[in-house]
Design a binder for this molecule. Structure first.
Ligand code: SFD
Ligand code: AMP
Length: 627
């Protein structure tokens, strides 16, 4: 076995992941841990300052309810999420996040985030729920607060450690293991409770980007399905694994569209069909009641555009110049004011990209795009797994303790595995939390996990023999490569092993072609999904033959195993749900209609850690009475 030092870390609470929900969890847990003499440790595969989805920054805070100013009620938000997710959401979780999210936003401002204000001192809204920010350094600010809180409470931050496996004994989590991405060190974290916050997944599906652009995607390439893997492997029940997210974005640079639709009130058109949201309005009747209320669900907005593409009317365009000129036209009586407004709108358009998707600005510049003069192409991205945005995949977690919800078996946000909690992208069926709501959910979870430790936390009984087995398994790709690399002249091609990159291509090909990726125009069917499952058998067998030359490739190898599990959960759940509920995300061509009578329910799954058997089950949807 590769010669790695084993480092043991003992803590009370372990937070795996260092993103928005992890930073929220750290701030809150540190406060309660200090009061109770407990220790908190956080582990990130990257560096907290620039890790996760917000690494590059963001240009908006997408969840702010505005309760203090009476702008909206919590019930309004619950209705909004119910509607956007075609009726399938955990309303108790959504409500709980909504009632805490504003205070997270107020903390962000206190910590130094610049939120746009108007002349009256009120936040500038992008849309009803969204606030405009100068957010290039958003993640640094939020990470700094988390690190300060931990330092104050004697907590610890571990960076550049890739968490690979959970440690579970008798359906109770006792820690996690992983390896350093920089040094030959294997880490064993022993904990009384663990919060899983390792984000969602990208590159499970083949991306549109090829050649030198490969790796470019809307979702950050660093999040590779570790949350889904961790909770599935621990034996936790999962939910909404079929609810992928496909954002519409500026084509090839993946630049955001929210500011265009909401702030600039821009229209999207197809080259041959006009404004598809208007022209194809009647189609929405088929998806009633969700298709008939405002805002129209994100997947249905996608779907209407896709129908135009099917009809040969593409490409799709964002009418940027029309929108900018319409706003500036209000100043046309005064040429000086008009010129000033045009300059302002132009710079806002570029800043939107520079704050969060710099490459889109580079692409625009390289293609001579002037948004004030000409429209710009948009397209549906490849599918992603992100439970915090407009997808919903994640673990099935316990509801808030003070609410009369049918989904309650203990502490807020605890999974069905004792002591294992989940937040942000890792917790399912509570979409539209975004950065601020993920932070708020992290805070809720951090507090609940410390309460669990105070009331029930037992010393973690870690079986070190099992840990040794895991260490051998996790480092095996290095051994396999070393043992056989000299048997061929080209070390990438070898009958004894498969390299991570090649393995990823195989996974992506299966998902893309059979499970409704870009190539299949987001369509799939029972037969295609069954074929995907047949191919998964071989893929899983070959995952034991992954090889790695170095630590970098060892990380890539395990990222792909994590992606593979996310992919399998997705395929199995799309197969289980015999209807089409989210056209525009995926379309089951053999069951093309929504079936409210049989499928107005959650589709959940779990894996038995002892046997590896998958179990699929339906769970009822509960609506908050009167909402
Ligand atoms: O509009 C391991 N999001 C937006 N939210 C907003 O509020 N406003 C916006 O403007 C947003 N836009 C946006 C958004 C996301 C993305 C990808 C883009 C644009 C391009 C959503 C939020 O970013 C999102 O909701 C939150 O970040 C979710 O928080 P969380 O904690 O669930 O995930 P994370 O922040 O990505 O952090 C994940 C962490 O896990 C680490 N990690 N650590 C150890 N071991 C492993 N094996 C690990 N695997 C992953 C990561 O390093 C990271 O620290 S808009 O354009 O849509
Ligand atoms: P996006 O840039 O697409 O991630 O959008 C940012 C925010 O605006 C999210 O809260 C979206 O749900 C919302 N949004 C984007 N486009 C629209 C639209 N056409 N109608 C309503 N909400 C939208």
């Amino acid at each position: 076995m590769a010669n790695f030092e084993t480092v043991e870390v003992k803590t009370d609470l372990l937070i795996v992941g260092g993103g928005f929900s992890a930073c929220g969890a750290a701030v809150e847990a540190a406060y309660w841990a200090k009061k109770n003499g407990l220790k908190v440790a956080i582990v990130d595969k990257a560096a907290l300052d620039r890790s996760g989805a917000v690494a590059m920054g963001l240009s908006a805070i997408n969840q702010y309810v505005g309760v203090k100013d009476g702008d909206n009620t919590l019930e309004d938000y619950v209705r909004y999420v119910r509607q956007d997710l075609m009726g399938i959401s955990r309303e108790d979780l959504v409500y709980n996040i909504a009632r805490h999210v504003d205070s997270s936003v107020h903390l962000f401002e206190k910590w130094g985030l610049k939120i746009w204000k108007d002349e009256a001192g009120k936040y500038v809204h992008e849309g009803r729920w969204q606030l405009m920010i100068n957010g290039e350094s958003y993640k640094i600010i939020i990470a700094e607060a988390a690190k300060n809180a931990l330092a104050e409470a004697g907590g610890e931050v571990y960076e550049r450690i890739f968490i690979t496996e959970p440690l579970v004994e008798n359906n109770k989590v006792v820690g996690a293991v992983g390896f350093s991405t920089r040094e030959d060190k294997f880490y064993v974290f022993k904990a009384k409770a663990v919060i899983c916050t390792m984000g969602g997944a990208v590159h499970v599906f083949r991306p549109r980007s090829i050649g030198e652009g490969f790796g470019r995607s809307w979702y950050p390439p660093f999040n590779s399905g570790s949350s889904a893997y961790f909770t599935l492997k621990a034996g936790a029940e999962m939910t909404c694994q079929e609810v992928r997210f496909i954002p519409i974005r500026f084509k090839d640079g993946y630049g955001p569209v929210g500011a265009w639709f909401l702030l600039f009130k821009s229209r999207a058109i197809s080259a041959g069909g006009g404004e598809y949201m208007t022209v194809r309005k009647d189609e929405l009747q088929n998806w009633a009641p969700y298709g008939l209320a405002k805002p129209i669900p994100a997947n249905l907005r996608n779907y209407l555009g896709m129908l135009d593409l099917d009809a040969g009317f593409g490409p799709l365009y964002m009418e940027t110049s029309e929108a900018i000129n319409k706003i500036a036209d209000q100043y046309k009586e005064d040429p000086k004011a008009f010129k000033k407004k045009m300059k302002e709108l132009e710079s806002e358009a570029w800043e939107d990209f520079l704050d969060m998707t710099i490459s889109q600005a580079i692409l625009w510049a390289s293609m001579n795009v002037k948004p004030e003069e000409k429209h710009s192409e948009i397209a549906a991205c490849e599918p992603y797994f992100i439970g915090s945005h407009s997808g919903a995949s994640g673990a099935w977690v316990s509801g808030p303790e003070d609410m009369d919800t049918p989904y309650k078996w203990g502490y807020a946000n605890m999974t069905t595995v004792e002591g294992l909690f989940a937040a942000g992208d890792a917790s399912g069926a509570s979409s539209h939390k975004f950065s601020s709501g993920s932070h708020a959910e992290g805070r809720i979870t951090g507090k609940a996990a410390i309460k669990y430790i105070v009331e029930k936390g037992a010393d973690p009984a870690v079986d070190m023999a099992k840990v040794e087995e895991l260490k051998a398994k996790i480092l095996a790709p290095l051994d396999l490569f070393a043992a056989h690399c000299n048997e061929t002249t080209e070390p990438e091609v070898n009958t004894n092993y498969i390299m991570p990159r090649q393995f990823m291509f195989r996974l992506q090909k299966i998902m893309d072609e059979y499970a409704g990726g870009v190539t299949a125009a987001f369509k799939t069917s029972k037969f295609n999904l069954e074929r995907a499952m047949e191919l998964f058998v071989f893929l899983k067998e070959d995952s034991d033959k992954l090889a790695a030359r170095n630590l970098h490739e060892l990380t890539r190898a395990w990222e792909n195993v994590h992606r593979m599990w996310q992919g399998e959960a997705h395929v199995r759940t799309m197969l289980f749900r015999e209807e089409t509920r989210w056209p525009g995300y995926y379309f089951r061509a053999d069951t093309p209609k929504m079936d409210e009578a049989n499928w107005h329910c959650f589709a959940n799954c779990k894996v038995d850690p002892a046997t590896g058997e998958w179990e699929m089950m339906k769970r009822d949807v509960w609506n908050i009475p009167g909402v």
